[in-house]
Design a protein around this ligand. Structure first.
Ligand code: HMG
Ligand code: MG
Length: 315
């Protein structure tokens, strides 16, 4: 696809040279959709994404189908996709039952997910933060014994839809807990997109005092339009892994009004412009964002994606 003339600003000094992008569209992007998306569409989405150079894809959730009906076909999705060499497929696993299903489905990475807010923990996974950590302990142990990569996600790291402000200490405490469970990577998640850039830098720097910065990831929902600014802030303090959702798909079923993650297209446009390597073909992702938005009958939520599609139509 033709892309507009853009100068690479030579701004990489002080910024990472390479960034890892984790595509969460097939999971975070779809989980809150009320109309069931056919399994074949989910499979095709994952397969198409793999062709763009993305090497990490969150493809499924092994959670209660009563809580999240949209993700009820996780096993079918995992069985149906073409597994590409060099690509790691991840799934959410809140408990042992989820882990067993994930192992059965031969995922490469499992994700335990907790919160820096008590109120959100109860709404999202029906238990307190302390209880969640008790549940996660055997999941973490078994995941490591099975040789799976173990990731943890900390929801509400910058604010909670139910309790409001969340202190840096609460996030750091969760980082320590997940570190002690043996996690390979920890996501600092802005579930409702309320964070702003300086706050993000403070939280990332505090988290990095407890866990290697190279193994922390930023998961930014774009509800307040801050996701790219927050990612830029995080880049400035050395974060190198970011989650994104093709077409800006998504929202969290337990965070009313929350919108999708930063769009993968918008993130790639930013990183390309900064001269930061990702190994991912922006044009290919743009086409997928357009395709999946049409499949779902929704407007494409990727600003750069829409602009590049419009430009393509003119050429
Ligand atoms: P519970 O009701 O407390 O647990 O749910 P339970 O053990 O009493 O089980 C209740 C029912 O669920 C039982 O079925 C279980 O068998 C079944 P019943 O006997 O009533 O027929 N069940 C399961 N079924 C399939 N797979 C499983 C499983 N576990 C239990 N693994 C539970 C606790 C955690 C299971 C529930 O609260 C749940 O599934 N919550 C879903 C949470 C979720 O997926 N939220 C969205 C993803 S997190 C997110 O989006 C945030 C993130 O993006 C970062 C950010 O942005 O913040 C990661
Ligand atoms: Mg999320």
């Amino acid at each position: 696809m033709n892309q507009p003339e853009r100068r690479t600003e030579g701004m990489t000094s002080g910024l990472p040279k390479r960034v890892h992008v984790v595509e969460v569209g097939p999971r975070d992007g779809l989980q809150a959709e009320s109309t069931f998306i056919p399994t074949d569409t989910k499979i095709e989405l994952v397969n198409r994404l793999v062709g763009t150079g993305l090497q990490r894809i969150e493809a499924a959730s092994f959670v209660s189908p009563k809580w999240i009906p949209q993700m009820a076909d996780g096993a079918e999705v995992m069985a149906g996709i073409d597994r590409a060499a060099g690509v790691a497929y991840a799934a959410l696993t809140p408990n042992m039952r989820g882990l067993e299903a994930a192992i059965e489905s031969k995922v490469d990475e499992v994700v335990i997910f907790g919160a820096a807010s008590e109120a959100f923990s109860i709404r999202n996974i029906n238990c307190s933060v302390a209880e969640s950590l008790e549940r996660f302990a055997p999941v973490a142990r078994a995941a490591k014994e099975t040789g799976l990569r173990l990731r943890a996600s900390i929801s509400c790291s910058f604010g909670c839809p139910y309790q409001g402000a969340v202190g840096v200490d609460a996030v750091v405490d969760m980082v320590r807990r997940f570190r002690d469970l043996g996690c390979d990577e920890i996501d600092i998640a802005d579930t409702i997109g309320v964070g702003t850039a300086r706050q993000v830098q403070r939280v990332v720097e505090a988290a990095a005092r407890e866990f290697p910065l190279a193994s922390l990831a930023g998961h930014f929902h774009d509800t307040y339009g801050q996701a790219l600014a927050n990612i830029f802030g995080a880049l400035q303090v050395g974060m190198t892994t970011f989650h994104a959702s093709v077409g800006g798909l998504g929202g969290c079923p337990y965070a009313k009004g929350a919108t999708g993650n930063v769009a993968t297209e918008d993130l790639l446009y930013l990183l390309d412009g900064l001269g930061i390597e990702t190994g991912i073909d922006l044009g290919a992702v743009v086409s997928i964002g357009d395709w999946v938005s049409q499949q779902m009958g929704r407007e494409n939520g990727a600003r750069a994606g829409k602009a590049l599609m419009a430009r393509k139509a003119l050429n």
